[in-house]
Write a protein that binds this ligand. Structure first.
Ligand code: HDE
Length: 689
């Protein structure tokens, strides 16, 4: 009877009543129920009776099943796993979680930001990357994003940002997207958001999967060693599979093909043992380095180029267990940037400082009680205890009279309760840099004034295709803005400080005159380009973790199909068979081969590369099927490898496929090609800004 929903407090004891091996259905109060099909009525066709407490309890509970969704990051997907420290950094941090060889249980939640809980997985949006580590010194939550910088410098602007980007207040749309008036109205008035906008308009906001995106702690934190010496640190998660993103047209079509594309990918990867993995890296620097930079390390709109401070890998995280229950775990998990452990500390980043209040506060309205830490997904795995008591939904039963401290109850043979320890968390003396203490001022430090240099750095570090994608995204998003006369020119005026060519491309793409350059609070400087900022320069030529769609139909050669599946699996990818009928197709050997997906419902945007394995007759039959033509046409337009039998050529011709390096046969050449995207094809298939 292990699967029976039961009160976690009852120690997992089984119900006494059972029907064979099946536990008996009971009310929430344990009373066995004899009929779960019919409500209690006065006469078979008469009114339902108020007396029916079984019905009332069931409907009452159902009526209250939902809790408020997160104000931001409402749509998310979670998984369990572990973190393993792989390097000794005891010279930098005394945190137990970093002890070389130490394994710590983790829970991770990935999310989009703007959309509601029921929105789709693939809009253009920043992704949340929140990690809860259940360390033996308490929970450490690294609540980050897949982009290393943020829109704003000061927490006081966060409600404005979120109001502007979420659906518009009067009309309740658009859902899950920034391509609308209020977002760009706000953004074009906020030069400090320019750097983040460059990232947001790049393919970083169109990740292929959670498994192929980086994560960042964003803020500067501190590491503190046993002697109390502190260093500054930035945290990075690097995906084992390398970076991979979709392109805009593909993301749009994915939205139509599968609303749950990323959630499904995460779940299925873990379910099939292809465990997602990341390395944890740190950039460590000191006050002298901080003061020597042309930007402020406390400014969350800035990053530290990896060329200046290399990322040192200190551990790995593997997600190896799916949630058992989405609500209990993924929905109820409460991340708190205030969850840190001795050996890690905050910096004075004013955005981080604001977050230290917000997350604790929001959990109370979301989860309804100050006791949300007692919900199993949030409970520390190490012993914990203090004198905080009572409150809504208190599930712990503290014994004795000691609910205050100091007390001398132990001297009288009673439980005295826990006491503070010198080994506990102690805040680092934060006033180590200039202007970190002094008069009370409602100001922004002058060192935060440069809003464009790193936006320029980001743009310059991209490949030609990536630059074109950024320009085209600005054009697309700004073309959705109704306030055409003021907002796009204001945005382009800002972009002139980033890169003149970019500004021109965006103005041209919109069909507007190039506006005067916006006045910069501080003149931008040129920083040396950084390869780490480009996705294309950090993609891995691998099939590991990828999905290859194989289109078959009646008459497909059985041996060729077997060989191809074998080669794909040998390269640690998954072969997904697509056929006109889900029941499968009759192959050349007369056997029926089961399909994984029906052609009309399994378009090629779901795959990283496709193979078209058709006989002459099979191809002839599919020439009249729009879904087959789209399958090939979209794979080509999305710059993917297409392997095809000679007999499939008429379908490729109808889909407008032109030969290039990515168009191959179905042998080893295809396996090699499938590891890549063919960005050189793009100018031939799409007009970019
Ligand atoms: Fe958040 N953010 N945030 N945020 N954030 C929330 O907390 C907030 C910021 C991030 O999967 C909320 O539990 C403020 C930066 C993630 O459950 C809320 C400010 C970064 C998640 C909140 C920021 C993030 C949240 C909503 C500016 C990247 C999802 C529900 C001072 C480093 C966590 C909740 C999950 C969630 C407030 C800025 C990441 C309202 C006030 C910067 C990944 O408390």
């Amino acid at each position: 009877m292990t699967d029976t929903p039961r009160n976690p407090g009852n120690g997992g004891e089984t119900h006494q009543l059972a029907v064979g091996d099946t536990p008996v259905l009971t009310t929430n109060h344990g009373m066995p129920v004899s009929d779960n099909q019919n409500s209690l009525k006065s006469g078979a066709r008469g009114p339902t009776l108020l007396e029916d407490f079984v019905l009332r309890e069931k409907i009452f509970h159902f009526d209250h099943e939902r809790i408020p969704e997160r104000i931001v990051h409402a749509r998310g997907s979670g998984a369990h796993g572990f973190f393993e420290a792989t390097d000794d950094i005891s010279d930098l941090s005394k945190a137990a979680v970093f002890t070389k060889g130490e394994k710590t249980e983790v829970f991770v939640r990935f999310s989009t930001v703007a959309g509601g809980a029921g929105s789709v997985d693939t809009p253009r949006d920043v992704r949340g990357f929140a990690v809860k580590m259940y360390t033996r010194e308490g929970n450490w939550d690294l609540v980050g994003n897949n982009i290393p910088v943020f829109f704003i410098q000061d927490a006081i602007k966060f409600p404005d940002l979120v109001h502007a980007v979420k659906m518009e207040a009067d009309r309740g749309y658009p859902q899950a997207g920034s391509a609308h008036d209020t977002f760009w109205d706000w953004a074009s008035l906020m030069p400090e958001s320019t750097h983040m906008l460059m990232w947001a308009m790049s393919d970083r906001t169109l990740p292929r999967s959670f498994r192929t995106m980086e994560g960042f702690g964003v803020h500067t934190f501190r590491l503190v060693n046993a002697e109390g010496k502190s260093s500054f640190v930035k945290f990075h998660w690097k995906p084992k599979l390398g970076l991979q993103s979709t392109i805009w047209d593909e993301a749009l079509k994915l939205q139509a093909a599968d609303n749950d594309y990323h959630r499904r990918d995460l779940f299925e990867a873990i379910d099939t043992g292809a465990f997602p993995e990341w390395e944890l890296g740190i950039q460590v620097f000191d006050q002298a380095f901080a003061e020597a930079q042309p930007y402020d390390v406390l400014d969350a709109t800035k990053l530290i180029p990896e060329e200046d401070v290399p990322v040192r890998i200190i551990g790995r995280m593997v997600l190896d267990r799916n949630v058992d229950n989405f609500f209990a775990e993924t929905e109820q998990v409460a991340f708190l940037p205030t969850n840190i452990v001795p050996g890690i500390d905050f910096s004075n980043d004013p955005l981080l400082q604001g977050r230290l209040f917000s997350y604790l506060d929001t959990q109370k309205s979301r989860l309804g009680t100050t006791n949300f830490h007692q919900i199993p997904i949030n409970t520390p795995r190490c012993p914990f205890g203090n004198f905080q008591r009572d409150g809504l939904m208190q599930t712990m039963v503290p014994k004795g009279r000691a609910n205050y401290e100091p007390n001398s109850l132990a001297a009288h043979g009673e439980e005295g309760g826990p006491r503070e320890s010198k080994a506990g968390f102690a805040t680092t003396n934060a006033a180590t840099g200039p202007d970190e203490q002094g008069d009370k001022l409602r100001v922004r430090a002058g060192t935060f004034a440069d809003h464009y240099s790193q936006a320029r750095l980001f743009y310059k570090s991209q490949t030609e295709n990536e630059q074109a994608h950024i320009a085209s995204s600005f054009v697309f998003e700004l073309s959705k803005v109704g306030l055409l006369d003021q907002v796009p020119p204001r945005m382009v005026a800002n972009l002139r400080n980033v890169d003149e060519d970019l500004a021109k491309r965006v103005a041209d793409g919109l069909g507007i005159d190039l506006p005067e350059k916006a006045e910069a609070a501080k003149a931008p400087i040129d920083m040396p380009p950084s390869d780490a900022l480009s996705i294309h320069k950090n993609m891995k030529s691998t099939l590991e973790g990828r999905q290859i769609g194989i289109l078959i139909a009646d008459g497909t050669d059985a041996d060729e199909l077997d060989a191809l599946i074998e080669a794909i699996e040998a390269a640690e990818a998954k072969a997904v068979i697509v056929a006109p009928k889900v029941g499968g197709a009759t192959l050349s050997d007369g056997d029926k081969f089961q399909a994984d997906g029906q052609l009309a419902g399994t378009p090629s945007q779901l795959f990283d590369a496709v193979a078209i394995l058709l006989s002459e007759d099979g191809c002839a039959s599919l020439l009249k099927e729009a879904a087959a033509v789209d399958f090939v046409m979209n794979a080509f337009g999305h710059l993917k490898a297409i392997g095809a039998t000679d007999a499939a050529q008429p379908l490729l011709d109808k889909a407008g496929v032109e030969p290039d390096e990515g168009i191959t046969g179905i042998g080893d050449d295809f396996i090699e090609a499938a590891k890549k995207r063919f960005y050189a094809r793009e100018p031939g298939v799409r007009m970019l800004a």
